[in-house]
Design a binder for this molecule. Structure first.
Ligand SMILES: Nc1nc2c(c(=O)[nH]1)N[C@H]1C(S)=C(S)[C@@H](COP(=O)(O)O)O[C@H]1N2
Ligand SMILES: [Mo]
Length: 321
C-alpha cells in the first residue's frame, strides 16, 4: 500500500496533542489557578507572593518557539529528536523581577517547580534549574498558554517558565518559586546532570542554548511513496538562525534545499527539495548549518544528521499516476 501521509504531523505549529511530555519526577502535581502562587525571594528588595490574577494583570507576550528536549541527561550524546514548534503566551520574567527589585549582588535566578520525586539515584528531589540573571531577564517568559489554550496539566499548568532559545530542560513546569542568588545552586538538575563538554572545548558547561539541528518529516520515515518527483521536506532550528540545509539521497552528494528565513520569533524553519526518486529503497539525510557557523555532525552526538528510509514504488499503471 502506498502511504503518503507522514506519521508525524508536518505542520508549522505542532498540535498540543502531539507535544511530547517529559516528567523526571513522576506524575504532575495537582495545581489550579485558584490556589497556585509563585514566591520571589532571596536577594530582592521586595519578596513577593504572586497569585494567578496578579500575574494576568502584568504585561503579556505571545511568540512561537521551538520546544525541544535535550534527551536523557544520563545519555547526553544519544539523539532523541523530540522536537516541536509551539506558540507560548505569558508574562516576561523581567516584569516580575521589576516588581521584586533584584539587589546588586544578585547574579543568578533559580527556578523551582512544585513536583518532587526520585531521579538518577536521588530521592525526594525537586525540579530546580538556574540561569544567569541577565540572560533570564532578557529571555524567560512565565507562560500560561500553549497554542492559544491554557497550559495542560502535563505541560506545567497553571504557569511554567519558557526559555525560548534553550533546551526544554530549562523551561521549568509548575513554577512555584523563584530565588535570586549570588551563586548557582548545587543540585541534581543544575550542576550534576545537564552539563556537557562541547566539541572543541575542555570545560563542561550547563545544557542551555539549543544545538543546530534538522529533521526530515516528509515523506514519513519508513513510508512508501510513488517513484518519480517527490518533495523532501522538514524543519531546521538552532539557538540562532539556520542559514542552510543540505539533503543527501543514498550516496549522492549534499544538495542545498530551499530554506525559509527565520522571522522575529525563534521558530523552526521549513526546508524543501524536490527530488526524482528512482524505484527502490532509499536513505535520505539532512544537515543544517546556522549563522554561528555550527554544522550538524554526521554521527556521534545528540544532533547528528537525521536519516530516514523510504521505498519508492514503481507505478502499476503504465498510463501514469
Ligand atoms: N517541574 C518540571 N519542569 C520540567 C521538567 C520536569 O520534569 N519537571 N522536565 C523538563 C524537560 S527535560 C523538558 S524537555 C520539558 C518538557 O516540557 P513538556 O513536557 O511540556 O513538553 O520540561 C522541562 N521542565
Ligand atoms: Mo527534556
Amino acid at each position: 500500500m502506498i502511504r503518503t501521509d507522514p506519521p508525524t504531523p508536518d505542520l508549522f505549529l505542532t498540535p498540543v496533542d502531539e507535544v511530547f511530555v517529559r516528567n523526571h519526577l513522576g506524575p504532575h502535581p495537582r495545581l489550579d489557578t485558584a490556589t497556585w502562587s509563585l514566591t520571589v525571594e532571596g536577594l530582592v528588595e521586595r519578596p513577593l507572593r504572586l497569585d494567578f490574577p496578579t500575574l494576568q494583570s502584568l504585561p503579556q507576550t505571545r511568540f512561537t518557539a521551538v520546544h525541544e528536549c535535550f534527551g536523557n541527561p544520563l545519555h547526553p550524546t544519544v539523539p532523541t529528536r523530540a522536537v516541536t514548534n509551539v506558540e507560548w503566551a505569558g508574562v516576561p520574567l523581567a516584569a516580575v523581577l521589576e516588581l521584586a527589585g533584584p539587589l546588586p549582588e544578585a547574579r543568578h535566578v533559580w527556578l523551582e517547580g512544585a513536583d518532587t520525586g526520585d531521579f538518577g539515584g536521588e530521592s525526594g528531589t525537586s525540579y530546580l534549574k538556574d540561569l544567569p540573571l541577565d540572560l533570564a531577564g532578557a529571555e524567560v517568559v512565565l507562560a500560561h498558554g500553549m497554542n492559544g489554550e491554557p497550559l495542560r496539566p502535563d505541560h506545567g499548568y497553571p504557569v511554567r517558565a519558557v526559555a525560548p532559545l534553550m533546551f526544554g530542560t530549562n523551561s521549568v513546569k509548575w513554577l512555584s518559586r523563584i530565588v535570586l542568588a549570588a551563586d548557582r545552586p548545587d543540585h541534581l538538575f543544575t550542576t550534576r546532570l545537564y552539563t556537557r563538554v562541547l566539541p572543541g572545548e575542555s570545560e563542561s558547561r550547563p545544557v542551555r542554548e539549543k544545538d543546530v539541528s534538522s529533521k526530515l518529516l516528509a515523506p514519513g520515515d519508513g513510508s512508501s511513496v510513488p517513484a518519480g518527483t517527490c518533495e523532501l521536506a522538514g524543519y531546521a532550528w538552532s539557538s540562532t538562525e539556520v542559514t542552510s540545509v543540505e539533503v543527501s539521497v543514498d550516496d549522492a552528494g549534499w544538495q542545498p534545499a530551499a530554506l525559509d528565513r527565520r522571522g522575529p520569533d525563534p521558530a523552526w524553519q521549513r526546508f524543501r527539495l524536490p527530488y526524482d526518486l528512482a524505484p527502490g529503497p532509499h536513505r535520505i539525510r539532512c544537515r543544517a548549518t546556522d549563522s554561528a557557523g555550527r554544522v550538524q555532525p554526521l554521527a556521534g552526538d545528540r544532533n547528528a544528521v537525521h536519516e530516514i528510509r523510504v521505498v519508492a514504488e514503481a507505478s502499476t499503471h503504465p498510463t501514469g499516476r
